[in-house]
Ligand binder design. Structure first.
Ligand SMILES: Nc1ncnc2c1ncn2[C@@H]1O[C@H](COP(=O)(O)OP(=O)(O)OP(=O)(O)O)[C@@H](O)[C@H]1O
Ligand SMILES: [Mg+2]
Length: 253
């Protein structure tokens, strides 16, 4: 049995009297895409926010590579190698790809003892990260990202997230929610490429077609609990839907 890269155990989180997470477990194995699905309010975002230090769990524990991970803030989760691509991507539209990928952490060079952003190195590094870690070459690298297609924008946001060398987990929150069919297809390809280059991914999605086309396993949340986990190769959308709504679906006649 492989050791999980990430293991969350018995996570509980309440907001006042509302029990948003009840004894939730999660395992993420190396090189896999784990989808998290569930109805509105099922606890998906809360679980991810506990993992990324936005919320503190009331009880339960998180381990990375078998070691306790004490995540108390967003910065702690980033330091632990947990990166997130949010639905809005958080790109600065007026800037090209490279400064977006290095935002706030640009490579510098010293001129007369003073630090300046090393634009040439930043552009080279950005190109290299896009090529080696995300598997894309952007012909319009130097255009403002507002001129990029949806898929190209995703590539830049993913490149920023996976830039760190010691990345353990990439979380993608509804990456295809705002995209047309062609951009969706490209984005699902990007996700598979990143996984193929060694970064396990947690994918939050409402779209079971997308989930079944990229994920290896699916964790279903319902009413704050883990309702089930299935292997995509041994399951189907109907079974997952049944877990989401909490009943065996009747065969359509
Ligand atoms: N900050 C908060 N304060 C109070 N209640 C919250 C807070 N965040 C989430 N909740 C509640 O916790 C429950 C789980 O919410 P959560 O956002 O995790 O669901 P979700 O599965 O992400 O749903 P969606 O598919 O709509 O994004 C819901 O009942 C929600 O109203
Ligand atoms: Mg949510």
């Amino acid at each position: 049995m492989k050791t999980p890269v990430l293991q969350m155990k018995n996570i509980c989180k309440s907001f006042g009297g509302l029990r948003a997470l009840i004894d939730v477990n999660l395992e993420l194995y190396p090189d896999e895409i784990l989808a998290i699905v569930g109805d509105n309010g099922a606890g998906k975002s809360t679980l991810i926010k506990v993992l990324t230090g936005v919320y503190q769990a009331d009880s339960g524990s998180t381990e990375l590579n078998g070691q306790p991970a004490n995540i108390r803030s967003r910065q702690d989760s980033l330091n632990a190698g947990i990166a997130t691509v949010y639905q809005n991507l958080g790109l600065v539209d007026t800037l090209p790809a490279a400064p977006n990928i290095f935002l706030g952490d640009e490579p510098t060079k010293k001129i007369l003892g003073l630090p300046f952003i090393d634009n040439k190195k930043m552009r080279q590094d950005a190109e290299e990260i896009l090529r080696t870690k995300v598997g894309v070459e952007l012909p319009n690298l130097d255009d403002p990202t507002r001129n990029f297609s949806g898929g190209q924008r995703q590539a830049v946001a993913i490149a920023r997230a996976v830039r760190a060398n010691d990345l353990h987990v990439l979380i993608m929150d509804e990456p295809t929610a705002a995209l047309g069919p062609e951009e969706t297809r490209k984005t699902l390809e990007l996700i598979k490429t990143v996984r193929g280059r060694g970064t396990p991914i947690i994918l939050i999605s409402h779209n079971l077609d997308h989930v079944f086309s990229v994920a290896d396993r699916v964790q279903v949340m319902r009413g704050g609990r883990r309702a089930g986990v299935v292997e995509v190769a041994q399951s189907n959308k109907k079974e997952v839907l049944g877990l989401i709504v909490g009943s065996d679906l009747q065969e359509a006649s």
